[in-house]
Design a protein around this ligand. Structure first.
Ligand SMILES: C[S@@+](CC[C@H](N)C(=O)[O-])C[C@H]1O[C@@H](n2cnc3c(N)ncnc32)[C@H](O)[C@@H]1O
Length: 288
């Protein structure tokens, strides 16, 4: 799985499951081969490319961050006005922060494990400013490279916590939700878009649950910094509730029964009988 090959949870990306009626064994071998090759490559290079395109593709990047913020609103953020906002894992730019501030937030702070946000240049922020109707004030976009789940150096309280296509990479989701509960102001809202599909580009639309085919032992061999954690919707829900959030899952892209019936016998034992496999992408939304 390559971060360079990721398709973001927002935007185009059609499932083409009917075009891929190969037996489970075929997908096991294809995913294993690609996964091992990616592990070798990414253990060497580290987590470098969070999206399949760079912010030099200005229009596409601007459209993307606006769509991400729109989706947070659809899935649970009622208003940004006057809110102190924390984003986890913004990736290659802080464009979402600029959109949120333009929509009235009081402050925006982003945290990330990897220092990726320096990637975006002046041309990107100029184009984003044109789209938002006023120049982006980079001085108002807070950014900490930090460690999870403690997030040292990050001080709350925050009224809104968001993330997009980030939590599925986290190693300690229960610990992160517990820390967010400490950083949250009373009545705070959180919305996290999660991409629970395999991230390998060729396999993703055809066998989206490919990552669940492997035993823990095998998956560890395919792993590298930033590899998806394989948690499913119910795991996020349970972790959020255990940390004191009143949480719910907002469905996104779902897998049809025909695919689930076919794939189930080919999944690793812990996943085979799960009831939450249809949720391929979803948001974890909650209030404190
Ligand atoms: C696919 S990018 C998403 C970036 C951006 N939010 C978007 O929607 O394009 C994943 C984000 O999670 C962060 N990340 C990757 N692995 C992580 C890990 N193990 N723990 C915490 N954050 C991680 C990356 O640095 C990056 O910001």
């Amino acid at each position: 799985m390559s971060t360079a090959e990721e398709t973001p949870v927002i935007g185009p990306g059609r499932l083409s499951l009917s075009a891929a009626r190969h037996p489970n064994g075929f997908w096991y071998v294809v995913g294993l081969g690609m996964g091992l090759a990616n592990a070798v490559r990414h253990r060497r290079t580290g987590y470098r490319r969070p999206r399949p395109y760079t912010t030099e593709e200005v229009t596409r990047s601007v459209n993307y961050v606006v769509a991400v913020v729109d989706r947070w609103e659809e899935d649970g953020v009622r208003s940004w006005r006057g809110m102190r906002v924390l984003e986890l894992g913004p990736g290659p730019d802080l464009g979402t922060g600029a959109v949120i501030l333009a929509r009235g937030a009081a402050s925006y702070t982003a945290v990330d494990l990897f220092p990726l946000a320096g990637d975006a240049g002046a041309r990107y922020y100029e184009a984003l400013g044109e789209r938002l109707g006023g120049p982006v004030d980079l001085g108002r976009l807070g950014y900490h490279v930090t460690a999870y789940p403690g997030m040292p150096g990050v001080d709350g309280p925050f009224d809104v916590v968001v993330s997009s296509a980030a939590l599925e990479h986290f190693e300690d989701v229960p610990g992160t939700f517990a820390r967010l509960a400490e950083l949250a102001a009373p009545g705070a809202t959180m919305v996290h878009h999660v991409d629970g599909m395999v991230h390998m580009r060729g396999i993703r639309p055809r066998d989206p649950l490919n990552l669940l085919r492997y035993s823990d032992w095998t998956y560890r061999r395919m792993s590298f910094p930033g590899v998806p954690n394989r948690l499913r919707a119910d795991d996020y829900l349970a972790a959020a509730e255990a940390a004191g959030w009143r949480a719910r899952i907002v469905p996104g892209r779902t897998a049809p029964d025909s695919y689930l019936d076919r794939v189930r016998p080919g999944l690793a034992r812990p996943y085979r009988n799960r009831k939450d496999l249809a949720a391929l992408t979803f948001s974890v939304a909650g209030e404190r």
